[in-house]
Design a binder for this molecule. Structure first.
Ligand SMILES: [Zn+2]
Length: 278
């Protein structure tokens, strides 16, 4: 049995994977430090009476080349030490780390039963814009082990980005962008339902177009067999129209006509499953 952990910036999610199914799924407030993370996992194991053999954690940040330490986690304080070594010492269990978006795509590939072979690109539009590239079911072995479509520069745009750059894609394709549109044009309204209520508004039409543009740019660059789209900020966008808009912006005939586009089911335990399957 392996404990899968999705150590997100807002929620900490845990589950137990026995090789066949994920059980004991729980969601709690985010663990902001290595000590909080180890404490939460230890408490979960004891409370549930589990006897795991290992633990695997998806973290929202960049890992070092050994995949044992976290270089930075913008919204949490899990960096600076070898988090895997620390968890092994605290939990007396073998521990492994991966980027949380990699875990999400691994979970989606397992649930969708697509993308196990060939090149799969995952784009997840939550608060920010995350990406993952898998070849034959494994993250592409880049130095950082992550891809960052959210920080591709967009020609002609120059808004400052929290990463320190300017004009990054994430400024225009993210939940943060939806909040900014709400604040500017629809003050007092819920962000949930904003797109569904005002799809014709130029700012939201631009959001749709920017989303298709960024996805098509990434797909045209990589030529993946499968593109998986997910994340709460895309939940209200019409799927077939979005897929058609992406194809229309891709180079043809490939990847425009060859690309398979799938939508993540958005299950809250996908990142936990993906971590456990690492
Ligand atoms: Zn950026």
């Amino acid at each position: 049995m392996r404990i899968g952990v999705d150590a997100g910036g807002t929620w900490l999610r845990l589950g137990a994977w026995d090789g066949r199914e994920l059980t004991c799924f729980e969601r709690m407030d985010a663990a902001r430090t290595p000590a909080e993370l180890a404490g939460a996992i230890k408490d979960y194991i004891l409370r549930r009476g589990l006897r795991p053999d290992s633990v695997a954690v998806g973290v929202p940040g960049t890992l070092d080349e050994t995949r044992r330490a976290v270089l930075n986690t913008p919204n949490l304080d899990l960096g600076g030490t070898s988090l895997a070594d620390y968890l092994e010492a605290e939990l007396s269990l073998p521990a492994a780390l991966d980027n949380d978006v990699n875990a999400m795509l691994r979970g989606d590939i397992a649930v969708l039963r697509r993308g196990e072979r060939g090149l799969a690109l995952g784009l997840y539009v939550g608060t920010g814009l995350g990406g993952a590239i898998f070849l034959d079911g494994r993250p592409l072995p880049t130095k950082s082990g992550v891809c960052e479509p959210g920080h591709m520069p967009i020609p002609g745009r120059s808004d400052p980005c929290p990463c320190g750059g300017t004009g990054c894609a994430e400024n225009y394709v993210s939940g943060r962008r939806l909040v900014a549109i709400r604040d500017e044009f629809f003050p007092g309204e819920d962000v949930g339902g904003l797109y569904a209520r005002h799809a014709e508004h130029p700012a939201l039409a631009r959001f749709f177009d920017d989303t298709a543009c960024v996805a098509a740019a990434a797909a045209t660059l990589l030529g993946p067999d499968l593109l998986v789209l997910g994340g709460g900020a895309l939940a209200e966008l019409p799927r077939e129209e979005l897929a058609a808009a992406i194809r229309a912006k891709c180079m043809r005939p490939a990847p425009a006509e060859t690309l398979e586009i799938a939508f993540s089911g958005g299950e809250p335990w996908l990142g936990v499953l993906g971590a456990a399957l690492m």
